[in-house]
Structures are given as C-alpha cells and as structure tokens.
Write a protein that binds this ligand. Structure first.
Ligand SMILES: Nc1nc2c(ncn2[C@@H]2O[C@H](COP(=O)(O)OP(=O)(O)OP(=O)(O)O)[C@@H](O)[C@H]2O)c(=O)[nH]1
Ligand SMILES: [Mg+2]
Length: 484
C-alpha cells in the first residue's frame, strides 16, 4: 500500500466519495466540429483490437482507459475547450492531445505550440502531455494518423497507465470532496439567504410598528370626524325643525293652535329618530372603514316635550277688552257724529250702526290681539322645547360616540394583540432559520477543519506518486513531423 492509499484509508468513511467505473476504452472527445468523429473512424480502422468511443458513449460515473483530445488546427484552445478537457480527463491520466485538419492549416504547428502552452499554464498535469498532428479526413491526399496510432499504442501499452489512471481518479475524488466541504462552509446561497432573512425580519418589525400607529391614528381621526359630523347634524336638524315650526305657527289660526303642541311632539320625535339613524349609519361607516366591529346603538335620544303653557290670560284679557272697548266706542261715536253732521235724517240709524260697528271692531281687535298673544307664547314655548331637545340630542350623540370610541378601542387592541402575536411568530421563525444557518455553517466549518488536512496530505501523496511515475516513464512529447 502506497502513502496515498494509506492516507485515503484514514479518511472518514462517512465522507461521500464519488466512485467511478473504469472502462477499457479509448475516449475521443473535442470541441464542436473539431474533427473527433473523423479521428474515431480512423482509429477504429487502425486499432481494431481496442474499443474507441465518443463522449456520448461514456456514461456518467465511467472513466476511459485513455483520452484522445481532438482540437482543430484552425485556432488555439479557448477557455471552454480547456474546461471540456478537464471534464473528460478528470479521472484518466493517460491523455493525448491531437491537432487535426493539418492538411489545410499550414500553421498547425504554431497552433499546437499555443495549445500546449495554454494547457501547461492551466494545470501542471498537462505539462508533459503528448501532442500530435493528424489529418483524419483530409480534403486531398491520404490520412495522416500514424503518429497518433503510435502514441496511443505506447500509452495503452504503458505498464504504469493503470496506476496513473487510478491515482488521477483518486485525486479527482479528493478534490471533489474538498470542494464540497468548502461549498458546505460557504453554504449554497447561505449568505444571500441570511441577508434576505435579516431584511425580512426588519421589514416585519417595521410593518408591525407602522401599521399599529397608522391604525391608532386612523381610529382617532375617524372618531373625531364622526363626533363633529354628528354634532353638526343634530344641531342643524334641531335648528331647521325650530324654524319650520315657527313658520307653521305664524300661519296658524285659532283652531290650528289647539293641535300645535301635538305637531311639536311629532316633529321632535322625528328629529330624535333622524339623529339616531344618522348616528347608527355614521358609526357603522367608521367601523367598516377601520375594519372593526362597532357595538350596535340600542337607544334613541329621549324626547321630553312638556305641556304647552296655558292660554289663560286674566289681566291681559281685561286690559284688551278695555282697550278694544275704548277703540269700539271711539269708532261708534265718530260714525254717529259723521252721520249726524252729514245726514241728520239718518242720525238715529248712524248711532245704531256706529254702535254695531264699534262692538264688531272691539270683538275683532280683542280676538286678533288674543291670537297674536297665543302665537307669541307658543313661539317662545317652541324655542324652549327645541332648545332643550337640542341639548338632549347633543348629549346623547356625545355619549354614543364615546361608547363607540371605547368599543372600537377595545376591538383595535384585540386586533393589535393578534397582530403582535403573528409578528412574534414570524420573527421567531426567522430567528430559528438564522440560527439553523449559523449552526449548519459552524458544523460545516468543523467538518472541513477535520477532513481537509487529511485530504491535503492525501492529495500531496497522490501528486508525489504521479510525479514519480511520470518521471520514470519514457516521455515522447515530439509533435508530428511526418506531414509536409
Ligand atoms: N480538411 C480536413 N477536414 C476535416 C478533417 N477532419 C474532419 N474534417 C472536417 O471537419 C468537419 C467536422 O468533422 P467531424 O469529424 O464530424 O468533427 P466532430 O468534432 O465530430 O463534429 P461534431 O460531432 O459535429 O462536433 C467535417 O466537415 C469534416 O469533413 C481533416 O483532417 N481535414
Ligand atoms: Mg462528431
């Protein structure tokens, strides 16, 4: 057992080590339109004892005995060409470089040197790689493939090939494990995920605070607005009903006055109903706007209309009778005098007529004065009744709005509490995930620190042994000189 095997045996058995199946085939691969298929055809003809395959005939997890890497002499290797070689020769040390189509590209030697230099710079393993020029499917003349056939025969006959391939595969496995350990420390997108989680955490907290204060501002503003609107509504409704009642009263006759108090009661009750409906509607709108439930309004403003003042007038009636009588007597005397002066033959009739007119005028003046007095009394009564009702309605509105504010405040507090619990859950989930990532990172770092030193020693031993085998092997890195 070599050093490399001993060190690999020391590696933790739990480490997932990719394994490969070695196939006794020659793999010919190269970039697009490089000429690989033509080389395969030519090699199959020349080396019937070996199996020559193209890349699509080698499954994942399989490795060939030797790799022929075919590139066109058109231009030097590009980065993607080199990456292709890395992939196909990852588990195989026996690699031959082929520059093809040398029949049409006279500068193929320069391209070959450039390819060799590019690969030598890419990895030390390619430094001693053998390169040949071929023309497997020339446009004119015969195929130039002999040197490739010789090189391939040499490489396949090399006694150290198996061991070198095995060591190369081992190196690839070790590098894969090392890369995986490093990747696990960095975490697949762990940094980005942690950043996203922290942003999400800050956003969740910010959203909770902002939404809470916005909701409480909205609640205050809406309640304040409802209070103002409803107070104005109640006040205006009372003022308009008072004006209407006063206007009605001014047009009422003696008989209508008797029913007027009932009308006042009816209208006062109407105002109370209107205000109650307005409050229900407005508070309902506020609740809907805020998305909160408002307790139903189950009362209406109390309407207390006291009895109208009595129309007993006593002294005033007597005074009016006196004044009306005086006025009637005056008119009667004046009329009798006029008749006595102008038509003495009608003097008696004038006295009688004057007396009748005087009495009629007296009755009329007293009645009109009485009606006006009653109206004035009722007018004052209406002002007083509606004034009292306005106070009662305003108090009722203020009490309802206050009650609604309290119930909305309670509902808002419940919603805030639910929101708080939800935000706490979110934050806890985010914190848990952040912790899990941190733990996974620490675990991965510990695993890397434990395994990487052994892997590095094993890699060094593998490299050492490969160097030793390559130095011992007779190298032939001459390029084809046979063409042209
Ligand atoms: N002049 C010349 N042309 C060649 C030579 N080898 C291949 N070609 C031409 O190059 C083209 C591609 O050849 P292929 O052998 O099919 O190359 P490939 O890499 O298998 O191509 P893809 O599989 O399509 O990527 C064809 O038109 C061939 O005729 C050569 O040695 N000389
Ligand atoms: Mg092909």
């Amino acid at each position: 057992m070599t050093d490399a095997d001993t060190l690999v045996a020391q590696l933790d058995a739990a480490l997932p080590m990719p394994s490969i199946v070695r196939r006794d085939v020659v793999l010919v691969a190269g970039p697009w339109l490089g000429g690989a298929s033509s080389v395969v055809t030519a090699l199959r003809k020349r080396l019937p004892e070996h199996t020559v395959v193209e890349a699509d005939e080698v499954a994942a997890g399989q490795a060939p005995a030797a790799v022929v890497f075919v590139v066109s002499a058109t231009a030097p290797l590009t980065e993607s060409d080199c990456a292709l070689l890395d992939a196909v020769a990852a588990d195989t040390d026996a690699v031959i470089g082929v520059v093809t189509k040398i029949d049409v590209h006279r500068t193929w030697r320069d391209v070959l040197d450039a390819d060799r230099a590019v690969l030598a710079q890419r990895a030390p393993r390619y430094r001693d790689m053998r390169w040949v020029g071929t023309a497997a499917a020339p446009d004119l003349g015969v195929a130039v493939i002999d040197e490739l056939v010789t090189a391939l025969r040499d490489i396949l006959a090399d006694a150290t090939r198996d061991r070198r391939n095995r060591l190369r595969a081992l190196e690839n496995r070790l590098l894969t494990v090392q890369r995986r350990l490093e990747l696990e420390v960095a975490g697949a997108g762990r940094g980005a995920r942690l950043g996203a989680l922290r942003t999400e955490r800050t956003a969740a907290l910010h959203r909770y605070r902002v939404e809470k204060s916005q909701r409480s501002i909205a609640l205050r503003a809406q309640v304040q607005h409802a209070r103002l609107t409803l107070t104005y509504f109640a006040r205006n409704r009372c003022a308009s009903v008072r004006t209407e009642l006063q206007e009605d009263l001014a047009a009422l006759g003696r008989r209508g006055l008797a029913h007027f108090p009932d009308e006042v009661r009816r209208r006062a009750a109407e105002v109370a109903d209107d205000v109650a409906a307005g409050v229900v509607r407005q508070l309902g709108d506020v609740g809907e706007e805020l998305g909160l439930a408002v307790e139903p309004v189950d009362s209406r403003p109390a309407v207390e209309v006291r009895a109208a003042p009595s129309r007993a007038r006593g002294a005033e009636t007597r005074l009016m009778l006196l004044l009306g009588g005086g006025f009637g007597v005056g008119v009667a005397l004046t009329l009798s005098r006029v008749f006595a002066g102008l038509a003495p033959q009608w003097a008696v009739g004038g006295v009688l007529g004057g007396a009748v007119i005087g009495v009629a005028l007296t009755v009329w003046v007293v009645a009109v004065r009485g009606l006006l007095h009653d109206r004035a009394v009722l007018d004052r009564w209406v002002v007083e009744v509606i004034g009292r009702q306005r106070t009662a309605v305003e108090e009722w509105v203020a009490a309802r709005v206050l009650a609604a504010e309290a119930s909305l405040g309670r509902a808002a507090a419940e919603r805030d509490a639910a929101d708080h619990a939800r935000t706490e859950d979110t934050i806890a989930r985010i914190d848990r995930e952040i912790r899990e990532h941190a733990t996974a990172g620490a675990r991965a770092a510990a695993a890397r620190d434990r395994h990487v030193p052994v892997i590095e020693s094993a890699l060094a031993a593998v490299g050492h042994e490969l160097d030793a085998l390559n130095t011992a092997k007779p190298t032939d890195s001459r390029s084809s000189e046979s063409f042209l």
